[in-house]
Ligand binder design. Structure first.
Ligand SMILES: [Zn+2]
Length: 370
């Protein structure tokens, strides 16, 4: 390892387990909160709001805590963040509940106010909870930019009883987003790429990305069955949530990304693929990356078989696309190559290379169901 500055970041605290949400009042006390903004959409507030209000009303003795609920409108935009930040400008703490976009909006409000931040993911569909990244969208639901918090969230509070109640599709998508991290961190490292702190990665980040992959390989199928059938956490679910929320999040932010996530840009611009979950397109993108790395096709096929067992895509057919035209492939490849992580691949790849990897991955993956 060359002697140079390397950076790694973590959330201030990570708490996970069934009924972990009951710790919220005590956490607010520890953080010195006096005025808290709670952000959630109508569904999440309907499921958890009364419980949280009751817990806050019965909170430990000390200075009185006031809480203001904000109704997340469904999209994370600069305008929504500004409107909310002005409405709760006396708040010293933000609690963001929900999926990736609600979480990112909460991050944006906390950034604007310089407030403390508690993230409560209610689905485990992607790697946003632990990171500093805020992905902003415009009114047409297109990615408009990425902003960064000054520091990672103060607390990530993951109630696995809540996560296990969400549709299994979200749980599977989280694994799709997480399985790529081992390969992306490796490639970013080999190509001399930078992580999200602007430095090369420490071996610890790659260790966490490797562990993320191994954990899902070991527990992924059992955890998915448990969530789909029992809808409550067991040991396998706990292990997989740790992988998809903590290891995947720290793995990408400190380990860096590569082709699988560069492809998200190309896939998102496609009229059909753009409607699927982030983790679903990343799952197919990972197979494309393995092909582009020049791994033996038996290895790519083995990965595709596992991906398929998690109910995740291994070809365009899974998305309902039977034939992809040459012009569509060219456009996906061209847009993919505008992502900065495209440079984090060895051997280096251009649009023609991305296109042929897309075709080869689709061919290999087509053997594993639709
Ligand atoms: Zn991702």
């Amino acid at each position: 390892m060359n002697a140079e500055v390397r950076t790694m970041g973590f959330p201030g605290r990570y708490i996970q387990g069934p009924e972990a949400l009951s710790q919220l009042p005590q956490l607010l006390v520890e953080l010195g909160a006096r005025h808290t903004a709670l952000l959630a959409d109508a569904t999440v507030r309907g499921a958890l709001g009364a419980r949280i209000d009751a817990a806050l009303a019965a909170s430990p003795p000390g200075p009185r805590l006031t809480a203001t609920w904000l109704d997340f409108p469904g999209e994370c935009s600069a305008r929504t963040i500004l409107t909310f930040a002005e409405r709760v400008n006396a708040c010293d703490t933000v609690v963001a509940l929900g999926g990736g976009k609600s979480i990112d909006t909460g991050k944006g409000i906390a950034r604007h106010l310089g407030a403390r931040l508690i993230i409560v993911p209610t689905i485990a569909s992607n790697d946003s909870p632990t990171s500093r990244l805020i992905v902003l969208y415009d009114d047409g639901h297109r990615v408009a930019g990425v902003e960064l918090l000054a520091r990672n969230p103060d607390v990530v509070l993951v109630d696995t009883a809540v996560i296990a109640q969400a549709p299994a599709r979200f749980f599977a998508a989280g694994m799709g987003d997480a399985l790529s991290k081992k390969f992306e961190a490796q490639q970013c490292h080999l190509a001399g790429g930078r992580n999200f702190y602007g430095t090369r990665s420490l071996p610890t980040a790659r260790l966490m990305a490797d562990r993320c992959y191994d954990t899902i390989r070991e527990f992924g199928e059992a955890a998915l069955r448990q969530v789909a059938k029992q809808r409550r956490p067991d040991h396998a679910v706990e292990r997989v949530v740790e992988a998809t929320v903590l290891l995947s999040g720290v793995g990408f932010e400190s380990g860096g990304l590569s082709l699988a996530h560069a492809l998200v840009r190309g896939f998102s611009a496609h009229p059909v693929l753009g409607r699927f979950l982030h983790g679903e397109v990343v799952a197919f993108g990972t197979l494309v990356q393995l092909v582009a790395e020049g791994r033996p096709s038996a290895e790519s096929a083995e990965h595709a078989a596992f991906t398929q067992r998690l109910g995740l895509p291994t070809s365009f057919s899974w998305f309902g696309i039977e034939r992809v035209g040459a012009a569509e492939l060219d456009e996906m490849a061209r847009i993919t190559c505008t992502a900065p992580y495209i440079a984090h691949l060895q051997p280096a790849i251009d649009a023609a290379g991305v296109r042929s990897a897309l075709e080869a991955a689709h061919r290999i993956g087509s053997h594993f169901g639709a």
